[in-house]
Design a protein around this ligand. Structure first.
Ligand code: MEV
Length: 455
């Protein structure tokens, strides 16, 4: 029986990297610690300083977890061609983005516009006194709140950002005595999380102090309890639109000439409309968009969880979870677009600390945050276009399975000759783990060639 006591530890963080791994090997993997340390050490960076930097990003680090860093070239966005860096482990995603980018390259490319860049933060507090007095006090004092954070906002203001506005919101009908200060920020080229949170904590402190010293309130009304001060990852006004359009007849033909441009456009539009009305389909549809968005967000050292959280809230802003993209086929024109909130930065955070994030940004011409938002949104739209083009024509599996086959063969340690034979064999067959295993077993068996039925 497993001994739980052996799985508990205090001071794990203080152990050396090797000791952490050895302890885990002994108590969780039941394997030879020397072997396991060797295995984890294979992924350590050769350069000690580089490894130190990576270790510093997180805690209790054992090793690095490599994920492919790929490039989708030929992205023409607002007239400029980009080679877009993408970090993603899923096969077909970079290939799909590259295909879609090339397809639109000859049809005018992508257009993108940042519609707004507002960020949001909240001071959640409890106040049991008189509501009307609280609002009167807030309206009187509102501007002084902004003044009180000047020491925090001075640098941001020099760069064109700062606190845009603050409002007081009454939530007492939903939660007893609960109010909120909702503040709006412009953080220019930084994601701005630390800046926003620092301002919010100062607002919270000022709120308590100001209410306490205000003559508006009598003694029994002077208490504000701050519940928490934190930015909101829901930034519906940090919004970018990405779009492609062309004449329907310029779309070309599909499925080896079996589908004409008009048929494709109608079917594609239908597929998008389905994702507008059915949350089951919308979730998968949006997942495809996020394949592209996340990959660039990660490659540029930004916070993909923040982007994910925001995007999905945005997708159900009218109460139903819907597709983020829309399509219109009208007057002989095909138009496909995406409105998506993306709060990212090109300065601060990991963007300049992580050597590959820095390189990614350099590959993109060191964009400002708005241009990065545009590039990310276009990659999401490209991904969505590629997925829907496959789904509405030849189906998704044809392309997926080719890549899947490569992964399965790698997991079965196939050599170059076996890979090549498998690719030929499966070119017109359904790929599955079992089928590939069977193929390899036969190929590897001594009797291969005499009794293998390759037909
Ligand atoms: C797979 O990662 C993404 C797709 O399922 C997206 C879609 O269905 O639109 C192909």
């Amino acid at each position: 029986m497993e001994q739980n006591e052996e799985k508990e530890i205090s001071g794990f963080s203080k152990l050396s990297k090797r000791d952490k791994i050895a302890w885990l090997a002994k108590n969780f993997l039941y394997a030879n610690p020397v072997e396991i340390v060797k295995e984890f050490a294979e992924y350590w960076h050769d350069n000690v300083e580089a490894q130190k930097l990576l270790d510093g990003f997180s805690e209790n680090t054992l090793t690095n977890f490599p994920v492919p860093f790929g490039i989708a070239p030929n992205f023409k966005i607002n007239g400029k061609v980009y080679a877009v860096p993408m970090v993603i482990e899923e096969s077909s995603v970079v290939a799909a983005a590259s295909n879609a980018a090339k397809y639109w390259l000859t049809r005018g490319g992508f257009k993108a516009t940042v519609l707004s860049t507002k960020k949001v933060g909240q001071v959640h507090f409890v106040y049991k006194g008189n509501r009307d007095k609280l609002f009167r006090f807030f309206n009187d004092q509102k501007e002084t709140f902004k003044e009180d954070v000047k020491h925090l906002t001075a640098n941001m203001e020099k760069r064109g950002g700062g606190v845009l506005d603050i409002e007081l919101i009454d939530f007492t009908e939903l939660e007893p005595d609960y109010y909120q200060l909702r503040a709006y920020f412009e953080t220019v080229d930084s994601m701005g999380a630390n800046f926003i949170n620092s301002c919010l904590e100062e607002f919270g402190k000022q709120l308590r102090e100001k209410v306490e010293s205000s003559v508006i309130f009598n003694d029994s009304e002077k208490e504000v309890e701050i519940v928490m001060c934190i930015l909101s990852n829901y930034t519906p006004e940090c919004l970018v639109r990405a779009e492609v359009r062309c004449k329907v007849k310029e779309l070309g033909t599909f499925d080896n000439g079996n589908m004409n441009a008009e048929e494709f456009a109608r079917k594609f539009e239908r597929a998008v409309n389905i994702a507008r009305i059915d949350p089951y389909r919308a979730t998968t549809h949006n997942k495809g968009i996020m394949n592209g968005i996340d990959a660039v967000v990660i490659a540029t050292g930004n916070d993909f969880r923040a982007v994910e959280a925001c995007v999905h809230t945005f997708a159900c802003r009218d109460g139903v979870y819907r597709s983020l993209s829309q399509c219109e086929v009208k007057d002989g024109e095909f138009r496909f677009w995406l409105d998506v909130p993306i709060a990212v930065g090109t300065v601060g955070g990991l963007t300049s600390l992580h050597p590959l994030a820095k390189r990614s940004l350099e590959l993109l011409g060191n964009p400002n945050a708005k241009t990065l938002m545009e590039i990310i949104a276009c990659t999401g739209l490209a991904q969505n276009f590629a997925a829907l083009r496959s789904l509405t024509t030849v189906g998704i599996q044809a392309g997926h399975m080719k890549m899947h086959l490569t992964n399965i063969l790698a997991s079965m340690q196939a050599n170059d000759e076996e890979v090549s034979k498998a690719q030929t064999f499966f070119s017109d067959k359904v790929v599955s783990v079992a089928a590939v295993r069977e193929f390899l077993e036969k190929l590897r068996s001594a009797s291969f060639g005499s009794n293998l039925n390759l037909g």
